[in-house]
Design a protein around this ligand. Structure first.
Ligand code: GTP
Ligand code: MG
Length: 373
Protein backbone atom coordinates (compact mmCIF):
# COMPACT_ATOMS: atom_id res chain seq x y z
CA UNK A 1 0.00 0.00 0.00
CA UNK A 2 1.19 3.48 -0.84
CA UNK A 3 -0.64 5.29 1.92
CA UNK A 4 -2.76 4.73 4.99
CA UNK A 5 -4.64 6.95 7.36
CA UNK A 6 -3.62 7.05 11.01
CA UNK A 7 -6.64 4.97 11.95
CA UNK A 8 -5.90 2.37 9.25
CA UNK A 9 -2.28 2.14 10.34
CA UNK A 10 -3.31 1.81 13.98
CA UNK A 11 -5.46 -1.18 13.14
CA UNK A 12 -2.71 -2.80 11.11
CA UNK A 13 -0.03 -2.55 13.77
CA UNK A 14 -2.33 -2.95 16.75
CA UNK A 15 -1.59 0.39 18.40
CA UNK A 16 -3.95 3.04 19.60
CA UNK A 17 -4.47 5.92 17.13
CA UNK A 18 -3.81 8.33 19.98
CA UNK A 19 -0.37 6.80 20.42
CA UNK A 20 0.44 7.31 16.75
CA UNK A 21 -0.85 10.84 16.84
CA UNK A 22 1.38 11.48 19.82
CA UNK A 23 4.36 10.05 18.00
CA UNK A 24 3.66 12.26 15.01
CA UNK A 25 3.34 15.17 17.41
CA UNK A 26 6.79 14.42 18.80
CA UNK A 27 8.03 14.48 15.21
CA UNK A 28 6.52 17.91 14.91
CA UNK A 29 3.37 17.02 13.02
CA UNK A 30 -0.13 17.81 14.21
CA UNK A 31 -2.42 15.09 12.94
CA UNK A 32 -5.88 13.63 13.25
CA UNK A 33 -7.01 10.02 12.96
CA UNK A 34 -7.91 10.66 9.33
CA UNK A 35 -4.50 12.03 8.46
CA UNK A 36 -3.10 10.32 5.37
CA UNK A 37 0.42 8.98 5.80
CA UNK A 38 2.56 8.08 2.85
CA UNK A 39 4.82 5.06 2.60
CA UNK A 40 7.87 6.79 4.06
CA UNK A 41 5.95 8.18 7.00
CA UNK A 42 4.42 4.76 7.64
CA UNK A 43 7.88 3.18 7.58
CA UNK A 44 9.21 5.77 9.97
CA UNK A 45 6.49 5.10 12.52
CA UNK A 46 6.73 1.35 12.08
CA UNK A 47 10.51 1.47 12.55
CA UNK A 48 9.91 3.37 15.75
CA UNK A 49 7.66 0.58 16.95
CA UNK A 50 10.01 -2.10 15.67
CA UNK A 51 7.32 -3.33 13.27
CA UNK A 52 8.32 -4.67 9.88
CA UNK A 53 6.51 -3.09 6.95
CA UNK A 54 5.51 -5.84 4.56
CA UNK A 55 4.49 -5.33 0.98
CA UNK A 56 1.22 -7.08 1.57
CA UNK A 57 -0.61 -6.60 -1.68
CA UNK A 58 0.99 -8.55 -4.45
CA UNK A 59 -1.13 -7.42 -7.35
CA UNK A 60 -2.58 -3.97 -7.32
CA UNK A 61 -6.25 -4.77 -7.24
CA UNK A 62 -7.10 -1.11 -7.51
CA UNK A 63 -5.83 -1.07 -11.08
CA UNK A 64 -8.77 -2.17 -13.19
CA UNK A 65 -6.61 -2.23 -16.32
CA UNK A 66 -4.79 -5.26 -14.93
CA UNK A 67 -8.04 -7.19 -15.06
CA UNK A 68 -9.14 -5.52 -18.24
CA UNK A 69 -6.09 -6.58 -20.15
CA UNK A 70 -5.49 -9.97 -18.64
CA UNK A 71 -6.12 -12.39 -21.46
CA UNK A 72 -8.80 -14.86 -20.63
CA UNK A 73 -10.60 -17.70 -22.28
CA UNK A 74 -9.63 -19.73 -25.26
CA UNK A 75 -8.39 -17.75 -28.28
CA UNK A 76 -10.11 -20.31 -30.47
CA UNK A 77 -13.42 -19.05 -29.15
CA UNK A 78 -12.89 -15.63 -30.67
CA UNK A 79 -15.39 -14.58 -33.29
CA UNK A 80 -16.05 -11.66 -35.56
CA UNK A 81 -17.75 -8.82 -33.73
CA UNK A 82 -19.75 -5.81 -34.96
CA UNK A 83 -17.82 -2.55 -35.48
CA UNK A 84 -18.39 0.34 -33.08
CA UNK A 85 -18.80 3.58 -35.00
CA UNK A 86 -18.75 7.25 -33.99
CA UNK A 87 -19.87 10.14 -36.14
CA UNK A 88 -17.84 13.32 -36.11
CA UNK A 89 -17.81 16.56 -38.02
CA UNK A 90 -18.29 20.30 -37.94
CA UNK A 91 -21.30 22.01 -36.33
CA UNK A 92 -24.45 21.74 -38.46
CA UNK A 93 -22.91 19.43 -41.01
CA UNK A 94 -25.57 16.82 -40.21
CA UNK A 95 -24.24 14.40 -37.54
CA UNK A 96 -27.48 14.20 -35.58
CA UNK A 97 -29.60 13.99 -38.73
CA UNK A 98 -27.43 11.14 -39.97
CA UNK A 99 -27.61 9.23 -36.66
CA UNK A 100 -31.38 9.67 -36.57
CA UNK A 101 -31.78 8.73 -40.17
CA UNK A 102 -29.74 5.52 -39.78
CA UNK A 103 -31.65 4.67 -36.65
CA UNK A 104 -35.08 5.39 -38.10
CA UNK A 105 -34.58 3.45 -41.27
CA UNK A 106 -32.74 0.54 -39.72
CA UNK A 107 -33.94 0.23 -36.16
CA UNK A 108 -37.61 1.06 -36.04
CA UNK A 109 -38.40 -0.41 -39.44
CA UNK A 110 -36.83 -3.71 -38.59
CA UNK A 111 -38.27 -3.90 -35.10
CA UNK A 112 -41.90 -2.99 -35.54
CA UNK A 113 -43.39 -1.81 -32.27
CA UNK A 114 -40.02 -1.42 -30.65
CA UNK A 115 -39.84 1.78 -28.70
CA UNK A 116 -36.41 3.15 -29.33
CA UNK A 117 -34.92 4.41 -26.16
CA UNK A 118 -32.08 6.82 -25.83
CA UNK A 119 -29.28 4.94 -24.15
CA UNK A 120 -26.39 6.73 -25.80
CA UNK A 121 -25.74 4.02 -28.34
CA UNK A 122 -27.66 1.76 -30.67
CA UNK A 123 -27.18 -1.16 -32.96
CA UNK A 124 -28.48 -1.60 -36.49
CA UNK A 125 -28.78 -4.69 -38.62
CA UNK A 126 -27.77 -4.26 -42.25
CA UNK A 127 -29.18 -6.23 -45.21
CA UNK A 128 -26.89 -9.23 -44.90
CA UNK A 129 -27.65 -9.64 -41.20
CA UNK A 130 -24.46 -7.98 -40.03
CA UNK A 131 -24.65 -5.56 -37.15
CA UNK A 132 -23.13 -2.14 -36.64
CA UNK A 133 -23.04 -0.33 -33.29
CA UNK A 134 -23.30 3.44 -33.29
CA UNK A 135 -22.31 5.59 -30.37
CA UNK A 136 -25.03 8.16 -30.16
CA UNK A 137 -22.91 10.64 -28.23
CA UNK A 138 -21.48 13.69 -29.91
CA UNK A 139 -18.37 12.32 -31.55
CA UNK A 140 -16.10 14.78 -29.84
CA UNK A 141 -17.32 13.91 -26.38
CA UNK A 142 -16.99 10.22 -27.10
CA UNK A 143 -13.47 10.67 -28.31
CA UNK A 144 -12.06 13.18 -25.90
CA UNK A 145 -13.54 12.09 -22.57
CA UNK A 146 -13.13 8.42 -23.30
CA UNK A 147 -9.68 8.69 -24.70
CA UNK A 148 -8.64 10.79 -21.73
CA UNK A 149 -9.52 7.79 -19.57
CA UNK A 150 -7.64 5.47 -21.86
CA UNK A 151 -10.69 3.73 -23.22
CA UNK A 152 -10.53 3.03 -26.90
CA UNK A 153 -14.04 2.13 -27.92
CA UNK A 154 -14.34 3.25 -31.52
CA UNK A 155 -13.41 1.07 -34.48
CA UNK A 156 -14.48 3.36 -37.31
CA UNK A 157 -15.22 7.08 -37.57
CA UNK A 158 -17.64 8.57 -40.04
CA UNK A 159 -16.52 12.09 -40.80
CA UNK A 160 -19.51 14.13 -41.91
CA UNK A 161 -18.69 17.04 -44.19
CA UNK A 162 -21.48 19.18 -45.64
CA UNK A 163 -21.01 19.43 -49.38
CA UNK A 164 -22.32 23.00 -49.40
CA UNK A 165 -19.88 24.15 -46.74
CA UNK A 166 -16.68 22.14 -47.06
CA UNK A 167 -13.90 21.54 -44.55
CA UNK A 168 -14.27 23.61 -41.39
CA UNK A 169 -12.25 23.91 -38.14
CA UNK A 170 -14.05 21.07 -36.35
CA UNK A 171 -13.67 18.89 -39.41
CA UNK A 172 -9.93 19.23 -39.04
CA UNK A 173 -10.14 18.67 -35.28
CA UNK A 174 -12.10 15.48 -35.86
CA UNK A 175 -9.50 14.24 -38.34
CA UNK A 176 -6.77 14.87 -35.79
CA UNK A 177 -8.64 13.00 -33.07
CA UNK A 178 -9.26 10.01 -35.28
CA UNK A 179 -5.67 9.94 -36.48
CA UNK A 180 -4.31 10.15 -32.94
CA UNK A 181 -6.54 7.25 -31.93
CA UNK A 182 -5.57 5.35 -35.10
CA UNK A 183 -9.21 4.92 -36.03
CA UNK A 184 -9.99 4.59 -39.76
CA UNK A 185 -12.03 7.41 -41.28
CA UNK A 186 -14.85 7.14 -43.80
CA UNK A 187 -15.91 10.46 -45.26
CA UNK A 188 -19.65 11.03 -45.63
CA UNK A 189 -20.12 13.94 -48.02
CA UNK A 190 -23.48 15.14 -46.76
CA UNK A 191 -26.26 17.42 -48.00
CA UNK A 192 -25.86 16.18 -51.56
CA UNK A 193 -29.54 17.05 -52.12
CA UNK A 194 -28.71 20.73 -51.96
CA UNK A 195 -28.25 22.55 -55.29
CA UNK A 196 -25.19 24.26 -53.86
CA UNK A 197 -23.50 20.93 -53.03
CA UNK A 198 -19.92 20.79 -54.26
CA UNK A 199 -18.39 17.39 -53.45
CA UNK A 200 -15.26 18.05 -55.50
CA UNK A 201 -14.42 20.97 -53.26
CA UNK A 202 -14.73 18.70 -50.20
CA UNK A 203 -12.43 16.12 -51.81
CA UNK A 204 -9.96 18.82 -52.74
CA UNK A 205 -9.89 20.33 -49.26
CA UNK A 206 -9.57 17.00 -47.48
CA UNK A 207 -6.60 16.09 -49.64
CA UNK A 208 -4.74 18.81 -47.78
CA UNK A 209 -5.38 16.89 -44.55
CA UNK A 210 -4.15 13.57 -45.84
CA UNK A 211 -7.53 12.14 -46.79
CA UNK A 212 -7.27 11.35 -50.48
CA UNK A 213 -10.29 9.78 -52.12
CA UNK A 214 -10.01 6.43 -53.85
CA UNK A 215 -11.29 8.09 -57.00
CA UNK A 216 -8.15 10.23 -56.92
CA UNK A 217 -5.76 7.40 -56.24
CA UNK A 218 -5.88 7.63 -52.47
CA UNK A 219 -7.11 5.23 -49.82
CA UNK A 220 -9.96 7.08 -48.17
CA UNK A 221 -13.52 6.04 -48.85
CA UNK A 222 -15.83 8.94 -49.70
CA UNK A 223 -19.57 8.33 -49.77
CA UNK A 224 -21.98 10.99 -51.07
CA UNK A 225 -25.11 11.03 -48.94
CA UNK A 226 -28.12 13.03 -47.92
CA UNK A 227 -28.86 12.47 -44.25
CA UNK A 228 -32.13 14.27 -44.87
CA UNK A 229 -33.51 12.16 -47.72
CA UNK A 230 -31.66 8.97 -46.81
CA UNK A 231 -29.87 8.78 -50.15
CA UNK A 232 -26.55 6.95 -49.99
CA UNK A 233 -26.96 5.70 -46.43
CA UNK A 234 -27.12 2.02 -47.40
CA UNK A 235 -23.93 2.50 -49.33
CA UNK A 236 -22.33 4.23 -46.33
CA UNK A 237 -23.23 1.32 -44.04
CA UNK A 238 -21.80 -1.14 -46.56
CA UNK A 239 -18.54 0.80 -46.55
CA UNK A 240 -18.47 0.69 -42.74
CA UNK A 241 -18.71 -3.11 -42.90
CA UNK A 242 -16.02 -3.23 -45.57
CA UNK A 243 -13.58 -1.21 -43.47
CA UNK A 244 -14.41 -3.36 -40.43
CA UNK A 245 -13.74 -6.56 -42.30
CA UNK A 246 -10.30 -5.29 -43.16
CA UNK A 247 -9.71 -4.50 -39.49
CA UNK A 248 -10.67 -8.08 -38.53
CA UNK A 249 -12.50 -7.14 -35.37
CA UNK A 250 -12.66 -10.09 -33.01
CA UNK A 251 -13.99 -10.87 -29.56
CA UNK A 252 -14.62 -13.90 -27.40
CA UNK A 253 -18.28 -14.18 -26.39
CA UNK A 254 -17.40 -16.99 -23.96
CA UNK A 255 -15.28 -14.95 -21.57
CA UNK A 256 -16.47 -12.72 -18.72
CA UNK A 257 -17.40 -9.30 -20.03
CA UNK A 258 -15.20 -6.22 -20.10
CA UNK A 259 -15.97 -2.86 -21.65
CA UNK A 260 -16.55 0.84 -21.12
CA UNK A 261 -19.16 3.25 -19.85
CA UNK A 262 -20.87 5.26 -22.58
CA UNK A 263 -22.91 7.39 -20.20
CA UNK A 264 -24.35 7.16 -16.70
CA UNK A 265 -26.68 9.01 -14.43
CA UNK A 266 -28.62 8.80 -11.22
CA UNK A 267 -32.29 7.89 -11.62
CA UNK A 268 -34.67 8.62 -8.76
CA UNK A 269 -36.37 5.26 -9.01
CA UNK A 270 -33.70 2.97 -10.45
CA UNK A 271 -30.62 4.38 -8.73
CA UNK A 272 -27.39 4.36 -10.69
CA UNK A 273 -28.10 3.74 -14.38
CA UNK A 274 -25.19 3.16 -16.74
CA UNK A 275 -25.00 2.50 -20.45
CA UNK A 276 -22.18 0.08 -21.04
CA UNK A 277 -20.56 -1.02 -24.23
CA UNK A 278 -19.51 -4.65 -23.99
CA UNK A 279 -16.13 -4.76 -25.73
CA UNK A 280 -15.32 -8.39 -25.12
CA UNK A 281 -17.13 -11.33 -23.57
CA UNK A 282 -20.80 -11.61 -22.70
CA UNK A 283 -22.45 -9.56 -19.96
CA UNK A 284 -25.29 -11.26 -18.06
CA UNK A 285 -27.91 -10.29 -15.54
CA UNK A 286 -26.57 -11.21 -12.11
CA UNK A 287 -22.91 -10.73 -13.05
CA UNK A 288 -20.70 -9.31 -10.26
CA UNK A 289 -19.18 -6.20 -11.80
CA UNK A 290 -16.77 -3.37 -11.07
CA UNK A 291 -17.39 -0.19 -13.08
CA UNK A 292 -14.88 2.60 -12.55
CA UNK A 293 -15.08 3.21 -8.83
CA UNK A 294 -18.48 1.62 -8.41
CA UNK A 295 -19.47 -2.01 -8.16
CA UNK A 296 -22.43 -4.31 -7.69
CA UNK A 297 -24.36 -7.00 -9.47
CA UNK A 298 -26.08 -6.41 -12.80
CA UNK A 299 -29.68 -6.18 -11.65
CA UNK A 300 -31.46 -5.50 -14.93
CA UNK A 301 -30.35 -4.90 -18.51
CA UNK A 302 -32.22 -2.97 -21.18
CA UNK A 303 -31.18 -2.86 -24.82
CA UNK A 304 -31.38 0.06 -27.24
CA UNK A 305 -34.98 -0.83 -28.08
CA UNK A 306 -36.00 -0.50 -24.47
CA UNK A 307 -36.41 -4.24 -24.07
CA UNK A 308 -35.22 -6.25 -21.13
CA UNK A 309 -32.44 -8.64 -22.04
CA UNK A 310 -30.62 -11.31 -20.07
CA UNK A 311 -27.31 -11.12 -21.88
CA UNK A 312 -25.31 -8.86 -24.16
CA UNK A 313 -22.44 -10.00 -26.36
CA UNK A 314 -19.42 -8.15 -27.83
CA UNK A 315 -20.04 -4.63 -29.25
CA UNK A 316 -23.53 -4.52 -27.72
CA UNK A 317 -24.65 -1.42 -25.81
CA UNK A 318 -26.89 -2.03 -22.80
CA UNK A 319 -28.24 0.01 -19.96
CA UNK A 320 -27.72 -1.60 -16.58
CA UNK A 321 -28.82 -1.00 -13.01
CA UNK A 322 -27.43 -2.43 -9.80
CA UNK A 323 -24.32 -0.33 -9.19
CA UNK A 324 -23.68 1.29 -5.83
CA UNK A 325 -22.59 4.57 -7.39
CA UNK A 326 -22.73 6.45 -10.67
CA UNK A 327 -19.65 5.79 -12.84
CA UNK A 328 -18.26 8.23 -15.41
CA UNK A 329 -18.32 8.08 -19.20
CA UNK A 330 -15.17 6.36 -20.35
CA UNK A 331 -14.72 4.32 -17.16
CA UNK A 332 -13.87 0.70 -17.76
CA UNK A 333 -15.85 -2.19 -16.43
CA UNK A 334 -14.81 -5.73 -15.59
CA UNK A 335 -16.99 -8.69 -14.62
CA UNK A 336 -15.70 -11.06 -11.95
CA UNK A 337 -16.47 -14.69 -11.36
CA UNK A 338 -17.67 -14.19 -7.80
CA UNK A 339 -19.21 -11.31 -5.94
CA UNK A 340 -16.60 -11.40 -3.19
CA UNK A 341 -13.74 -10.50 -5.56
CA UNK A 342 -15.84 -7.83 -7.27
CA UNK A 343 -16.63 -6.33 -3.88
CA UNK A 344 -12.97 -6.43 -2.77
CA UNK A 345 -11.72 -4.80 -5.95
CA UNK A 346 -14.60 -2.32 -5.97
CA UNK A 347 -14.10 -1.32 -2.37
CA UNK A 348 -10.35 -0.88 -2.61
CA UNK A 349 -10.78 1.15 -5.77
CA UNK A 350 -13.35 3.34 -4.08
CA UNK A 351 -11.23 3.87 -0.98
CA UNK A 352 -8.13 4.51 -3.04
CA UNK A 353 -10.01 7.16 -4.99
CA UNK A 354 -10.99 8.73 -1.68
CA UNK A 355 -7.47 8.61 -0.30
CA UNK A 356 -6.13 10.19 -3.47
CA UNK A 357 -8.64 12.96 -3.12
CA UNK A 358 -7.86 13.58 0.53
CA UNK A 359 -4.14 13.18 0.23
CA UNK A 360 -3.88 15.93 -2.32
CA UNK A 361 -4.33 18.27 0.60
CA UNK A 362 -3.23 16.35 3.65
CA UNK A 363 -0.56 13.91 2.63
CA UNK A 364 2.28 13.80 5.13
CA UNK A 365 5.55 13.03 3.44
CA UNK A 366 8.98 12.69 4.96
CA UNK A 367 9.88 15.97 3.33
CA UNK A 368 7.25 17.96 5.10
CA UNK A 369 7.85 15.99 8.28
CA UNK A 370 11.39 17.29 8.21
CA UNK A 371 10.27 20.72 7.15
CA UNK A 372 8.21 20.95 10.26
CA UNK A 373 10.89 19.64 12.58
P1 GTP B 1 -24.43 20.03 -34.21
O1 GTP B 1 -24.96 18.93 -33.35
O2 GTP B 1 -24.95 21.37 -33.85
O3 GTP B 1 -22.94 20.04 -34.35
O4 GTP B 1 -24.99 19.80 -35.71
P2 GTP B 1 -25.12 18.44 -36.47
O5 GTP B 1 -23.87 18.12 -37.20
O6 GTP B 1 -25.70 17.39 -35.61
O7 GTP B 1 -26.17 18.84 -37.60
P3 GTP B 1 -27.70 18.51 -37.66
O8 GTP B 1 -27.94 17.08 -37.93
O9 GTP B 1 -28.37 19.11 -36.51
O10 GTP B 1 -28.07 19.29 -38.99
C1 GTP B 1 -27.95 20.70 -39.11
C2 GTP B 1 -28.94 21.22 -40.12
O11 GTP B 1 -28.64 20.68 -41.40
C3 GTP B 1 -30.39 20.79 -39.83
O12 GTP B 1 -31.23 21.85 -40.16
C4 GTP B 1 -30.61 19.62 -40.75
O13 GTP B 1 -31.95 19.47 -41.12
C5 GTP B 1 -29.76 20.01 -41.94
N1 GTP B 1 -29.30 18.83 -42.68
C6 GTP B 1 -28.65 17.75 -42.18
N2 GTP B 1 -28.40 16.87 -43.15
C7 GTP B 1 -28.92 17.38 -44.29
C8 GTP B 1 -28.96 16.94 -45.64
O14 GTP B 1 -28.51 15.85 -46.01
N3 GTP B 1 -29.55 17.77 -46.54
C9 GTP B 1 -30.07 18.97 -46.18
N4 GTP B 1 -30.63 19.71 -47.13
N5 GTP B 1 -30.06 19.42 -44.93
C10 GTP B 1 -29.47 18.65 -43.99
MG1 MG C 1 -26.03 17.34 -33.46
Amino acid sequence: TESLTVIELSKKIGREPAEIIKKLFLLGVMSTINQVLDKDAIELICADYGVEVEEEIKIDITDLDVFFESAEGNPEDSEERPPVVTIMGHVDHGKTTLLDSIRNTKVTAGEAGGITQHIGAYQVVVENGKKITFLDTPGHAAFTTMRARGAKVTDVTILVVAADDGVMPQTVEAINHAKAAEVPIIVAVNKMDKPSANPDKVMQELTEHGLVSEAWGGETIFVPISALTGDGIDNLLEMVLLVSEVAELKANPKRLAIGSVIEAQLDKGKGSVATLLVQDGTLRVGDPIVVGHSFGRVRAMINDLGRRVKEAGPSTPVEITGLNEVPKAGDRFVVFEDEKTARQVGESRASEAQVNQRSEKTRVTLDNLFDQM
